[in-house]
Design a protein around this ligand. Structure first.
Ligand SMILES: [Zn+2]
Length: 757
């Protein structure tokens, strides 16, 4: 009797391969459609609902004139007033909490957090909705994170318009996230944090795309079912949570998580080339993204505020959305049993294949090795791709404005490379042997991951389960179902990941993208093996890769859509009474348009710059500016070293004041405004090159006190620098000469002097 797998051997003529490719294309279309965020809900929606159009109007008011508004700047004070006005308009009495925050890297600031309360009908822990209203120096931050801020302001309005929630809701629009989560740190040091039972944080690393729920606390067992029930269009998986845990990136949620507050962290990552640039503007902010982020957070806030909070500490969940429609999940403890079941089912199907002599165990083993070789070949193909492109400029941009050529090239290369070894084994191992070898490979990968990284295991375990079931349910008149079904399941799970992967990693992740696509492509190998003209398919994939690769170098040059970083400074050296123009960033070369402004020479911009940091330096007219001041308030001898208390200030009112302490002085600890500076693993303040850089990004008018513990017993000589945004009038022509393919990370005036303490 024939069955589904053995009939693969008879599925001649490529009919089933064509069917497989059609199914694949259909799933890709579906995935692309489901990954694009929903249309924004009109302003005429009932007041108790979230409307993306209403939130978009809030966003336009928040962005105002579109100035960058970093922590402590006058522009951010104006942004804060707009946030307060929106809350008052919705009937809230918001407060401004002045605090001080410090983070790793010796970076501190005085911050002003906007906080509003919606009382609950019963006492209990509150639900926190958090976003940051400050931006980086480079751009207006319309998406990062005024989109999150606008979403929360619309949620605050909608919650107040609806029935009162059972538990209190706290809205935190904090300042200084970009300076190192400083607003969240300041909030975490107030008693208010103890009243919070759940947090929803909204942030951005791009300007478009779906709002991904990418982080929870690690014990999220009760929290994922609530997410699955509440959120209408979930885009999330335990893979995001697992991968993000291992990345060095941070958002305010890091602070809430550390404080033991459970919850959900959302961000969107489309058009990452605009992130932290002037292109993060209102025109590029996506109302659909705002709708998706807002409606997801609103639904969760309602569910959390109206119900019981899930119990904490019940272990983790493995979960994933299916076409952004619903969430499949199981407890982490079930991962290994499920993976074993998948291996058992695929193994039983393989044993039946051998028994019926549709393939031999030896052929199956060869196919398994071909599967492993294919995955390695996919990785090697990306490495080779980078090597071949190097003479043409290589993959110079992490996020090109036009990423399609590099994505198509990596996908086609990865797929062709992974399938080539398996295709070459088709005759000897026979299609049924390829099926058994490949799906045993998937089941074994699933088992290894279920043990080591359960959050990622579903990617292998679910398709392998589908393969095992389809392989055992034989049906003589439906050959190749056993190959088609698991391939379709794999495509539904892997295509969204593969699509998001490039947005997440950019070209530095080329090898990972090609490997992941190659791995996913092996699910097509049994159908390919059954087709007579399989080499033609591989050659076609290679041809597509080649055409795309030819287009790549042109996309890797800085352009108006993906500019290089070129910032201009006026530096007044108060010691030598000399002014200098400094252009730094992605140099050399200095843009020719800027080179004519003054007599520039390439060199190290500041005495405390890292040695590899290159800049262009030119003499500038003298603009005597008052230098920052350092006052020694106390100097105490310790058994090993000294403790000094200093007051740092900028008489000209520059927001940022930086003290450069030479590394030999051994700054092993300290605090600013009474807030401890976090130490590194070696138990001292983190260093950059030969210097320990300690800065206050938003300095109070009277200055800020810094306590330092030094191993040095004698006097220490360093530099004190203050920095204010913008250039003096004499430098405006320099800024204006910046070409369209370059952007500023924040032009500034810096005044420095030598100090001794
Ligand atoms: Zn942000």
């Amino acid at each position: 009797m024939a069955d589904a797998v053995t009939d693969l051997n008879e599925a001649k003529g490529g009919r089933w391969l064509v069917a497989g490719l059609v199914v694949l294309a259909a799933i890709l279309g579906l995935v692309l459609a489901r990954l694009s965020p929903p249309a924004p809900v009109a302003e005429s929606a009932p007041p108790s609902e979230f409307s993306g159009m209403r939130a978009q109007a809030v966003l336009a008011r928040l962005v105002g004139g579109g100035e960058p508004h970093p922590v402590g700047s006058a522009a951010n004070a104006a942004t804060r007033e707009r946030v307060l006005a929106e809350l008052r308009r919705s009937g809230y009495a918001p407060e401004v909490a002045v605090g001080f925050g410090c983070r790793r890297g010796n970076s501190c600031a005085e911050v002003r957090n906007v906080i509003a309360h919606l009382p609950g009908t019963r006492p209990g822990k509150a639900v926190l909705l958090a976003a940051h209203y400050d931006s980086v120096n480079a751009g207006p931050g319309a998406s990062d994170d005024l989109t999150g801020t606008a979403a929360i302001l619309e949620i605050a309005r909608a919650l107040k318009a609806g029935p009162p929630p059972r538990r209190p809701v706290v809205f935190l629009l904090d300042e200084g996230e970009e300076g190192g989560l400083l607003g969240a740190e300041a909030f975490a040091r107030t008693p208010a944090i103890r009243e919070i039972g759940a947090a929803i944080n909204l942030d951005a690393r791009g300007t478009s795309g779906p709002a991904l729920m990418f982080q929870t606390q690690s014990s999220n067992a009760g929290w994922i079912p609530l997410f699955a029930r509440a959120v209408p269009r979930p885009v999330s998986s335990s893979l995001f949570v697992t991968v993000y845990q291992r990345l060095p990136n941070d958002t305010d949620f890091t602070v809430f998580d550390r404080e033991g507050v459970p919850g959900y962290n959302f961000a969107f990552i489309g058009n990452a080339e605009r992130y932290h640039t002037p292109l993060d503007n209102l025109a590029n902010a996506s109302p659909a993204t705002l709708q998706h982020m807002g409606e997801s957070a609103f639904a969760l806030a309602r569910a959390l505020a109206d119900g019981e909070l899930p119990a904490a500490g019940r272990g983790g969940e493995v979960f994933f959305d299916v076409l952004s429609s619903f969430v499949v999940r199981w407890r982490e403890a079930w991962s290994v049993p499920l993976a074993l079941l998948a291996l058992l089912l695929v193994g039983a199907a393989a044993a039946r294949i051998w028994r019926r002599r549709a393939a031999s165990a030896g052929g199956t083993f060869a196919a398994f090795l071909g599967f492993l070789g294919g995955v390695a070949a996919a990785a090697a193909s990306a490495w080779l791709f980078g090597l071949v492109l190097r003479p043409f400029g290589g993959l110079a941009l992490a996020w090109p404005a036009e990423p399609r050529p590099v994505i198509v090239a990596l996908w086609a290369l990865g797929a062709a490379a992974a399938l080539a070894p398996l295709s070459s084994l088709a005759r000897s191992a026979r299609p049924a042997g390829i099926w058994a070898g490949v799906w045993l490979g998937w089941a074994l990968f699933g088992l290894a991951l279920a043990w080591a990284l359960p959050g990622a295991s579903f990617l292998f375990v679910v398709p392998a389960l589908a393969a095992g079931i389809a392989g055992l349910i034989g049906s003589g008149d439906r050959p190749a179902w056993s190959a088609l079904l698991p391939m379709a399941v794999a495509a539904i799970l892997w295509l969204p990941i593969a699509l998001l992967l490039f947005r997440c990693l950019g070209t530095p992740g080329a090898l990972i993208v090609a490997t992941v696509v190659g791995l996913a492509a092996t699910s097509l190998a049994p159908l390919l093996a059954a087709a007579r003209r399989r080499s033609a398919v591989l050659w076609a994939a290679l041809a597509i890769a080649l055409v795309a690769a030819v287009l790549v170098p042109a996309t890797m040059r800085p352009s108006a859509g993906a500019p290089r970083h070129v910032s201009a400074f006026y530096h007044w050296d108060a010691d030598s009474s000399a002014g200098r123009w400094i252009v730094s960033g992605d140099l050399p070369p200095l843009p020719p348009q800027m080179a004519g402004f003054a007599h520039f020479e390439i060199g190290t911009p500041f005495p405390w710059s890292l040695k590899q940091a290159q800049g262009a330096v030119a003499p500038a007219p003298a603009l005597p500016l008052p230098a920052p001041t350092l006052e020694v308030l106390a100097d105490e001898k310790l058994p090993a070293g000294r403790r000094v208390r200093l007051r740092l200030a900028s008489p000209r009112g520059a927001p940022t004041v930086t003290l450069q302490v030479p590394a030999w002085a051994g700054a092993r600890g300290g605090s600013m405004a009474g807030v401890e500076l976090p130490k590194d693993r070696e138990g001292k303040l983190p260093q950059r090159g030969d210097w320990t850089t300690i800065q206050c990004l938003a300095t109070p008018p009277g200055g800020v006190e810094l306590d330092l513990e030094l191993t040095a017993t004698g006097p220490v000589a360093g530099y004190l620098v203050d920095r204010s945004p913008g250039l003096p009038p004499a430098g405006r022509a320099l800024a204006a000469a910046r070409p369209p393919d370059a952007m500023s990370d924040g032009d500034a005036i810096a005044v420095s002097r030598k100090v001794q303490f």
